[in-house]
Design a protein around this ligand. Structure first.
Ligand SMILES: [Zn+2]
Ligand SMILES: [Zn+2]
Length: 303
């Protein structure tokens, strides 16, 4: 049960795909403690995967592109980035966008889907494990994600068979690549299976769990601890640890002050690898019309 400030009680229904999936991924990630599953290739894949899937898929695409329209890019790149984001198991593009837009509309008020005023654990992961207590998926879509769902590609990703199919396919690809590499380099069957399992555990499960907690920390930690560059009227904060851990998403108070800007780091030390990546893609001609405002720089110019 969830107790709201108005003392009404809402019966919470578990979101079983998320409950089972998130528990399963955490258990599988724990297998990384066994030396038999360790490989340097697996560790490197987890590290690179944090950038490829987390930074490109979630930060750059779900958040700065699809939710806030911070820049434009070609359709083919949009599709590729959407698949990378789906591989992060953070729900479909329309659902992610809808929840996040609702967060911006009601930041740290009762309808905010993951405000820490309902408790830190709720803000971090609790809200993911239950069906939205305030608004159904369809209600959320009607209000916040019509633009996303106009595109048949995103409507297809709403089909649970396709969504889960993509998640399963990445597991097969990581395991299969490791197994094949083992066979081709002369390992026996057991060695090849172990190498495949290593790439799967580190490259998919450890990476996904890391990216989850990084993203969730933006919802929980950066609405509780940190400093504010701007008086935004809610509890958003810039948090140095989360800023670096998420490659730029932790400069969250800056983001709340100017949500459309693709630039989240406003002060020189607020390192924003996601924005630098957007700039690099622009130099390559793959991104244009970047909303590149920096309120601090503007204020300095005006002073
Ligand atoms: Zn926020
Ligand atoms: Zn946002």
């Amino acid at each position: 049960m969830l107790q709201t400030t108005t003392q009404t009680r809402i019966a919470l229904q578990p979101d079983w795909i998320n409950v089972i999936g998130i528990s399963f991924f955490h258990l599988m990630a724990l297998l990384a403690v066994f030396p038999a599953f360790f490989s340097w290739t697996g560790l490197i894949l987890a590290f690179l995967g944090n950038f490829v899937f987390g930074t490109l898929g979630i930060n750059l695409f779900y958040h700065r592109f699809l939710t806030h329209k911070g820049f434009q890019c070609p359709k083919w790149l949009e599709r590729v980035l959407a698949i990378l984001a789906v591989c992060c198991f953070q729900d479909s593009p329309a659902r992610w966008v809808a929840v996040h837009r609702r967060h911006h509309e009601f930041s740290d008020e009762e309808p905010d889907p993951h405000t820490p005023i309902r408790g830190f654990i709720w803000a971090h992961v609790g809200w993911v494990l239950v069906k939205s207590p305030d608004a159904s998926r369809l209600e959320l879509y009607a209000r916040y994600a019509k633009d996303v769902l106009r595109d048949p590609f995103y409507r297809k990703l709403e089909d649970p068979r396709i969504y889960v199919g993509i998640l399963a396919l990445q597991c097969i690809v990581f395991f299969g690549a490791g197994f094949l590499a083992g066979i081709l380099t002369g390992s026996d069957l057991q060695g090849s299976v172990l190498f495949g399992a290593s790439l799967l555990i580190w490259g998919v499960f450890v990476r996904t769990v890391f990216v989850w907690h990084a993203t969730w920390s933006v919802n929980s930690v950066t609405h509780v601890w940190g400093y504010q560059n701007y008086d935004t009227g809610e509890n958003s904060r810039n948090n140095i640890l989360i800023g670096f851990l998420t490659n730029g998403e932790g400069w969250h108070n800056n983001h709340h002050a100017d949500p459309r800007s693709a630039r989240h780091g406003h002060r020189p030390f607020e390192f924003d690898l996601t924005f630098l990546t957007i700039r690099l893609l622009a130099l390559m001609g793959l991104v244009w019309n970047i909303k590149d405002t920096n309120l601090i720089a503007k204020a300095d110019l005006a002073a």
